[in-house]
Design a protein around this ligand. Structure first.
Ligand code: ZN
Length: 394
């Protein structure tokens, strides 16, 4: 039966999974968050190809850490030996435990707090939007906010937050060939850039990989995600983890996977936001359509933020109560009525199970495709070398 795990239960679940894993699942505590949660990595595999994944950079995007657990459980099952020989996976299953625990508390079990603002559930322990805090186009005036009360508050300085610094250090150590940052809020897969409307180097190959994932995955209710360059098919976002890792640490690929769109919101997002298709189209520069593969657009982020506009109340809340949440797991149906939660994660068993299964498969397929791409390069390099040898022999 599908359940959501509290942040505490997820951390315990990782320890239990490591104990029962058919391979070595290495857990490391990389840092401690502002609210005192451990910031942990979980690594598995021994291959030369390096994949780095982060889940739950936005706390309210609760389902993403369930995908992390499902993905790691699959890798531990014993059925993925070949992939683990090809790839070393490093994951951060709960990248923003402060924000996620604030969402735990919103369930009302253990703490009685159910009035956390939706915007605050997105942010870290210092109420910074981590996915605007990274040192890449950090102080963009349009694609993030310097207002501490904004949902997209970028923080006081680039990479000011412990979580951002931790990912930077981890990416520097891992040197990933592929980085994926997993979110919810829409159904889409983005390649860089997300901070402007142009494709980054290697965009064609990145889009080809996303096309394989989109067409080769069995999607929940046949809802296939759109995909393309983030800054073209979505709204602009600066200081994001994916753009930063791509720019600074040079993986072959860096992606954002958006894994859930509340079906009921799909048709009325534009009217709720007061944004017309014409407005969205005007944002596109001439010639920028080359990589726009899907016609749909991600809904702007403010839709859910306006559901519970209680930002001003947040400073009165006692932060310590978040970390004391005792709820271990809950059924999706228990979250019905929490409009913020419903916007970012499914509240039916079938939805949670189906989406987690589909995105677990998508992450596996993306990794296998990466291995094929890397092997193709190696064989082309090998072919050249063989050719040179033959020429020398002649
Ligand atoms: Zn997000």
């Amino acid at each position: 039966m599908a359940v959501y795990h509290s942040t505490k239960a997820l951390l315990e679940g990782l320890v239990a999974l490591a104990a029962s894993c058919s391979s070595t699942l290495e857990l490391k505590t990389l840092n401690t968050t502002n609210d005192g949660w451990p910031l942990r990595s979980a690594s598995i595999g021994s291959g030369p190809t390096k994949v780095l994944l982060s889940f739950g950079i936005h706390g309210r995007e609760y389902m993403t850490s369930e995908i992390a657990m499902s993905f790691l459980t699959r890798l531990c099952s014993g059925d993925e030996h070949k992939l683990l020989n090809d790839v070393t996976f490093t994951t951060i299953p709960i990248f923003n435990p402060d924000g996620r625990a604030r969402t735990d508390a919103a369930l009302g079990l253990g703490t009685g707090i159910r009035d956390q603002s939706c915007g605050d559930r997105r942010k870290n322990g210092k109420f910074v939007d981590l996915n605007r805090n990274f040192d890449w186009d950090w102080d963009d005036l349009v694609a993030s906010s310097g207002d501490a009360l904004s949902t997209s508050y970028r923080g006081p300085a680039p990479n000011s937050e412990i979580e951002s610094q931790t990912l930077d250090a981890l990416a520097g150590a891992v040197k990933p060939d592929m980085y994926i940052d997993i979110h919810t809020g829409t159904l889409a897969m983005y390649s860089p850039w997300n901070h402007n409307s142009s494709g980054a180097p290697n965009t064609d190959e990145a889009i080809a990989l996303l096309n394989k994932v989109a067409t080769g995955t069995s999607w929940h209710r046949d809802q296939r995600p759109k995909f393309g360059v983030g800054g073209i098919v979505s709204y602009l976002a600066s200081g994001t983890a994916a753009d930063f890792v791509f720019a600074k640490h040079h993986p072959r690929y860096a992606f954002i996977f958006e894994t859930y769109l509340e079906a009921a919101n799909a048709g009325n997002t534009e009217s709720r936001m007061g944004i017309s298709s014409a407005d969205l189209t005007q944002k596109l520069p001439r010639g920028a359509m080359a990589h726009r593969v899907a016609a749909n657009r991600r809904p702007p982020p403010r839709a859910a933020d306006s559901l519970q506009p209680q930002e001003l109340r947040r400073l009165a809340l006692q932060r310590s109560t978040f970390a004391n949440a005792t709820v271990s797991s809950s059924k999706p149906s228990e979250w019905v009525g929490d409009s913020c939660f419903e916007y970012f994660s499914p509240t039916d068993d079938e939805g949670l199970e189906g989406l987690v299964r589909a995105w677990t498969s998508a992450l596996l397929l993306a990794s296998r495709t990466l291995v094929v791409d890397m092997a193709r390069d190696a064989s082309q390099a090998g072919g050249t070398s063989v050719g040179q040898g033959l020429r020398r022999a002649v």
